[in-house]
Design a protein. Structure first.
Ligand SMILES: [Zn+2]
Length: 336
């Protein structure tokens, strides 16, 4: 997959620098034909600090949280998660209510787990300020993991991450609307992509023109609420109307419903994937298995996962995957 990412980056840059006249003289290169089916996996919040960090240190194993589930994650053509902490040895603790920062050695676990793209647009990326956020982006890229939803400036934070997966062009965008808003990227300032309706719609339309499949990760909602807020529904529908194929939500730490809307999909919250919270509902999350048929999403299934007593993610015993279906009463199910 990583080779594909590099290839696509090169191809994409090549199309940017080759003059139209020069391209007109040469026949377009044959693009590889997309295989019949490919699988993408999406997981929720991955937090590698606090007790999870202490556990990895005690075990002297930086892949420990992913030990049992890595074969499943690695079986996909592409794996995506929300990285809910900076991974760095720099920055200054901003003493948020909970301030997370994982040891740089934890990058080895993300790599071992098979993550290809990770959202860093969340409320913890800024826990140790801009230097730690920027350092995290550098470390992820060095490990071959593409960060999305943050960057050295506003343009980079909002620019889609483009991945060519065996001939299928995927575009990833990621946003947050959970404070601190000061984490937002500026014209000359590193930071995250803030979820602004108009800007997000414009970003999605831009990504739509570049890719076959547009995926948007959103860090939103209210912690521990099992129903999405009406605002989440409105934003999700607006993003689909702008051209997104799949919306993947995180932040509430518990699972919220899946919805099929106009033939596209919304997972309002996948819950936790690796975390150390106490309440039992926070020990359960969803792994979204997305099947691509050619250049389109054919099926979206949710597979329940559990964070066990060792702080390791496992596929929940005895539970079958559930297929996302049109949810007529999503409107009524929404919290006000
Ligand atoms: Zn969060």
């Amino acid at each position: 997959m990583k080779a594909c990412v590099r290839l696509f980056t090169r191809l994409f840059l090549a199309t940017m620098v080759v003059a139209p006249a020069a391209r007109a003289q040469k026949p377009a290169p044959e693009m590889p034909r997309a295989p019949r089916e490919q699988k993408l996996i999406f997981v929720g919040d991955v937090m590698l600090s606090r007790s999870v960090g202490a556990k990895m240190q005690a075990e002297d194993d930086w892949t420990y949280p992913f030990e049992k589930i890595a074969p499943t994650l690695r079986s996909a053509n592409l794996t995506f998660g929300n990285l809910e902490c900076p991974v760095s040895d720099t920055g200054r603790n901003r003493h948020h209510l909970y301030s997370f920062r994982a040891d740089p050695k934890a990058i080895a676990g993300l790599k071992f787990a098979g993550f290809d793209v990770m959202s860093v647009a969340n409320n913890h990326s800024f826990d140790w300020g801009r230097p730690a956020l920027v350092d995290t982006l550098v470390r992820l890229r060095a490990a071959g993991i593409r960060p999305v939803g943050a960057g050295a400036n506003d343009l980079e934070a909002h620019y889609p991450v483009l991945v060519r997966l065996n001939g299928v062009k995927l575009a990833f965008l990621a946003y947050v609307n959970v404070p601190p808003k000061e984490a937002t990227a500026g014209t000359d300032q590193p930071g995250v992509a803030w979820l602004d309706r108009d800007r997000t719609s414009a970003d999605i339309r831009f990504a739509r023109a570049l890719a076959d499949v547009v995926i948007v990760s959103v860090h939103w909602g209210v912690e521990y609420m099992r129903k999405p807020q009406r605002l989440q529904l409105e934003l999700a529908h607006q993003m689909i109307d702008a051209g997104a194929d799949l919306i993947v939500g995180s932040h509430p730490h518990v699972i919220q419903p899946l919805e099929e809307y106009h033939g596209r999909w919304i997972a309002y919250s996948l819950g936790n994937f690796i975390f150390d919270q106490h309440d039992p509902p926070t020990h359960h999350g969803l792994m979204l298995e997305v099947t691509l048929a050619g250049k389109r999403i054919r099926q979206v299934q949710s597979v329940p996962i559990t964070i066990d007593g060792s702080l390791q993610a496992v596929v929940t015993n005895g539970e079958k995957p559930a297929e996302a279906r049109p949810s007529e009463n999503a409107e009524r199910a929404a919290a006000q």
